[in-house]
Design a protein around this ligand. Sequence first.
Ligand code: HEM
Length: 233
Amino acid sequence: MPHLVAMINSSVGKKFLQALTGLGLFAFVIVHLIGNLTLLLGPSAFNGYAYFLEELGHGMVVPLADCGLLLFFGVHIVTGIRVALLDKGKARPHGYQVDGNAGGKSRKSLSSMSMIVTGILLAVFLPIHLWNFKYATTTGYGPPEHQMRDLYLVVETLFSQPGWVVFYVVVMVALGFHLWHGVWSAFQSLGLTHPRWLPFLNLVGWGFAFLLAVGFIYLPVAMYLNFVPLTGG
Ligand code: HEM
């Protein structure tokens, strides 16, 4: 046990934990976007999808996944702060496993700075987002014998307000930048540094970050511009 604590507290251990939780959250964000794309199919598809998730595993899957997400977000944020303080407070004895490929000192500090700024923005966004959607008061949807939450109406109402659309677009751009650099750093912190794989992993990180940002930006914009079936319409 003392060994485990010492390992987690070491510079390499902190980066390892941050990389592992970051990749877990990255997987969640991919699944979340795929699910949210049902918004484009209208209320029946989206509410049906949300209902399916709620009922999954006798209603146990979502609470369990939420506990996992809370743990992952918590560890990711705390280790992120600790790594940032470590980087700031003293010269890194180890740093990322491949220092030479990161593109020089100034580029490295610029990307670390962008990770801190986009990370803070995402940490502020998350409770607001949960308040807006997960904990929103909803009306019922569907026939009385098969009532679901009208989560589609909640999303549609929020994204009919330009201020919220702009807020989501700005945060989703930040998410794209955070993932772009984050996925790349995570691969390096996990020791995936073989020169043959680096360009491929870089492309994977960049490609996914771009697609996710575009997908998440499209949703509020498309709903604001009524590119999707309207409730009751
Ligand atoms: C346009 C972008 C997004 C839309 C429309 C959206 C939509 C939603 C909706 C409707 C819910 C409630 C699900 C339910 O109660 O069943 C939700 C939950 C959640 N969202 Fe998002 N989301 C977006 C972006 C994001 C991003 C970028 C993240 C993470 C960085 C995120 C993280 C979460 C989390 C952690 C939950 C709670 C998980 C759960 O219990 O279902 N969302 N989102």
